[in-house]
Design a protein around this ligand. Sequence first.
Ligand code: NAD
Length: 246
Amino acid sequence: MSTLDGKVAIVTGGASGIGRATAILFAKEGAKVVVADVDAAGARAVAEEVGGTAVQADVSQPKDCEQIVRTAVETYGGLHVLFNNAGIIRRTTALDLDVEEWDRVMAVNVRSVFLMSKYAIPAMTEGGSIVNTGSGWGLKGGGNAISYCASKAAVVNMTRALAIDHAKAGIRVNSVNPGDTNTPMLRDEAKQLNEDWAAFEKDAADRPMGRSGTPEEIAQAVLFLASDAASYITGSALVVDGGGLA
Ligand code: NAD
């Protein structure tokens, strides 16, 4: 039997990077997967690849979040796993960040976790597991990323609050906290900082393991937290960063 046989899972930000790798792994492990992303074509492509269902959605919007959950329940008859993973980053200090950009990062990275949880938890009638993508920068500070650092710290602590509130209903809530992971987002960060990709990636050599992570390596940690193998783990912040935080 595979790890997620008979389970229905939602992956937000499922069109790319960590979300895409996780949707593929969840499906391989037997789950029916709803791939939600603001990028409609990307979500469709991944849904096709995993035999799942695509939903175009902006996870900062309540109606879109309701629609994602409704699609899972109406298509597959229930919901067991929610991976709140969609996120954006702005690589600036406070001095260079517009108020609108601050609000957008908070809406996509933080409000989305609240909204998706609000609609998904009542649908998890057999219990369930929620995994939220935090970041190493939710657990320590980082340069040129003021709104992102604030947003990911909020995700890590909202995870703990959700875990406490819904434990008795059989719902576990944990965060997975990646270090630099080789995805389109990381390449975009190099661009935002006007840094050459090769030089940017070379920074990873400062870490104990001397490299950035792969989306597939993060997906394995998400699968563990999503599965019954983690049945006594809730409210935790799992760091997956090749030793960077250490
Ligand atoms: P990515 O850019 O490859 O994927 C992010 C996905 O989220 C994209 O498909 C994008 O279209 C989608 N998305 C963005 N805004 C959305 C919205 N409003 N509604 C729905 N979908 C939206 O990036 P990634 O690196 O795979 O990032 C995934 C998560 O991992 C993010 O939360 C990110 O902050 C976090 N993270 C990434 C790294 C890294 O180094 N790549 C490190 C730590 C944490």
